[in-house]
Write a protein that binds this ligand. Sequence first.
Ligand SMILES: [Zn+2]
Ligand SMILES: [Zn+2]
Length: 108
Amino acid sequence: MTKEQKLHYRQMAELGCSLCRELGYGETPAEIHHIRRSGKRDTAPVIPLCPTHHRFSNTSIHGLGRRAFELKFGLTEEYLLERSLTLIKERYGSRITNTNTKENKTTY
Ligand SMILES: [Zn+2]
Ligand SMILES: [Zn+2]
């Protein structure tokens, strides 16, 4: 995984669950869900989902399967992806493009 990818994953997770946000639950701590298109998992787009909406319950995307999940909540993975990418741009946009400034360096 590249450094940019890692950063992107972290930013996605920091947004909180993308579905909880749509449902008006606020920022629920989230983990990363890979959207399966064609191609490698490495390059698959990701969205943040809380454990309940990701994998633990019968309201989760892996519990229901993608189609049933999308029908149940009336929105699609792709929509959640669009929303999350927009939010990331709003929150971190300037920081990402500003790679030259050394004072912004964070150590982890
Ligand atoms: Zn959620
Ligand atoms: Zn997943």
